[in-house]
Design a protein around this ligand. Structure first.
Ligand code: GLC
Length: 427
């Protein structure tokens, strides 16, 4: 049973969301997989639990930054692979309430984002590197330690972990009101090491888990990482070249992307994407009928760091003026010129110019279809000419333009916008 179409349509129309990866890994501040990468024992990881005290945490500030960036929904890591829970779960002691911060961090988050009119989703890790019943496998931080493997052999019961997983999902979906998205992460049935198999639908009992989620929240959307059919697919850290398909059918999708290659706060990582690249990624997604879920990894003090805030506010300067080409918009049947992307909403066609041409943009197939055109950021008119027949030999005007083309006349100076957009009113 898939989610209702209305829920899919709602997520699609929102187009741009905020992913938040926040947990104990904010303290080491060197990637959310630090426990695995550095093969840390629970004891070695414990200092991050003991010192987790985000005293500046005010999710209203996060929600405002997201809203001002033009984001329309959010997805929060309730638990990441490290196993640490941001809410006051009855099923574990490994939770925020037992750290120095001493409170449930999910409740204020949900309230703050709803107050800004943003949709709220939960990311929940299927993988758990802390739970004592989670069978050791290739992804476990200590799998390469033969003594550790031997000490755990036959000791861990996936059935017990599965009950924990389902129980926690039930908590999350009964305590915080209507949740828009349940974002599970992730399955790896084909990955094994030392004869220890990976994990997939049988381990999670994905079928029962999906039933549980839908039973508790019939309108919710579920992602595709349960090794079981979900409502949308989630390309990670790449932009699909064409709209993703499953069995030849286009499916709802959301690209998840980072600001700097890491999901958790990663202090020394300097691989920051520029705001204009991020806007191009957003536009590219919408032009292929997808969403963009852009991540921020808050610090251990509970803040978005300056670099993230600066990027979000630059993006917001763009979305404020260009939202018409994004929200509720989707792909167009017209073929854009080179280095351009079209989005369309009803009879408005939006040409996003990733490159800025010299004076002319040639739009195939649009002759006779355009009523009016303007630059979107300032509503200044863009004049255009139509070519009823092929014009191959003029010395003035424009040469070599195929029949049916419309040529836009653009200023030589590229508008100072992250991505300039021409709004075309179709007849
Ligand atoms: C992953 C990673 C991860 C991140 C994520 C987001 O597969 O394990 O750390 O949370 O997906 O898509």
């Amino acid at each position: 049973m898939p989610a209702p179409q209305a829920s899919v349509d709602k997520l699609r129309a929102r187009r741009f969301g905020l992913f938040v990866h926040w947990g104990l890994y904010a303290l080491p501040a060197r990637h959310e997989w630090v426990k695995k990468r550095e093969r840390l024992t629970d004891e070695q990881y414990q200092p991050y639990f003991d010192h987790f005290d985000p005293d500046l945490y005010d999710p209203r500030v996060w929600a405002k930054a997201a809203a001002e960036a033009g984001m329309k929904y959010t997805v929060l890591t309730t638990k990441h692979h490290e196993g640490f829970c941001l809410w006051d779960s009855d099923l574990t002691d490994y939770k925020a309430t037992n750290t120095p911060v001493g409170r449930d961090l999910v409740r204020p988050f949900v309230d703050a984002f709803r107050a800004e009119d943003l949709g709220v989703g939960f990311y929940h890790s299927l993988i758990d590197w802390h739970h004592p019943e989670y069978p050791v496998d290739t992804l476990h931080p200590r799998v390469d330690d033969a003594d550790f493997r031997a000490s755990q052999a036959g000791k861990r019961d996936i059935e017990k972990y599965r009950r924990y997983l389902h129980g926690q999902v039930e908590e999350l979906l009964t305590r915080y009101g209507d949740i828009d998205v349940m974002w599970f992460d992730f399955s790896y049935p084909g990955m094994s090491a030392y004869d220890l198999p990976g994990k997939g639908r049988d381990d999670w009992d994905s079928e029962a888990l999906v039933k549980l989620v839908r039973g508790l929240q019939p309108d919710i959307l579920i992602n595709n990482r349960l090794d079981y059919p979900g409502d949308f697919t989630t390309p990670e850290q790449f932009q699909p070249a064409t709209p993703p398909t499953i069995d030849g059918r286009e499916v709802p999708w959301e690209a998840c992307q980072t600001l700097n290659g890491s999901w958790g706060y990663d202090r020394d990582n300097l691989d920051w994407k520029s705001p204009d690249l991020l806007v191009r990624m957003l536009v590219d997604s919408v032009s292929k009928d997808g969403n963009l879920l852009l991540n921020v990894g808050p610090t251990g003090r509970g803040e978005f760091d300056e670099r993230a805030l600066a990027t979000l506010s630059e993006i917001g300067r763009w979305t404020r003026r260009h939202g018409r080409s994004i929200y509720g918009a989707g792909p167009s049947a017209f073929t854009p010129p080179q280095d351009g992307r079209y989005t369309q909403r009803g009879d408005r066609l939006y040409l996003h110019l990733f490159g800025w041409p010299f004076r002319h943009a040639h739009l195939p197939g649009l002759a006779g279809r355009i009523k009016y055109a303007q630059l979107l950021h300032d509503a200044s008119e863009v004049k255009f000419r139509e070519y009823a027949r092929e014009d191959t030999d003029s010395n003035i005007g424009v040469k070599g333009v195929p029949e049916g083309t419309v040529t836009l006349e653009l200023p030589v100076q590229r508008p100072d916008q992250l991505v300039p957009v021409v709004e075309i009113f179709l007849k």
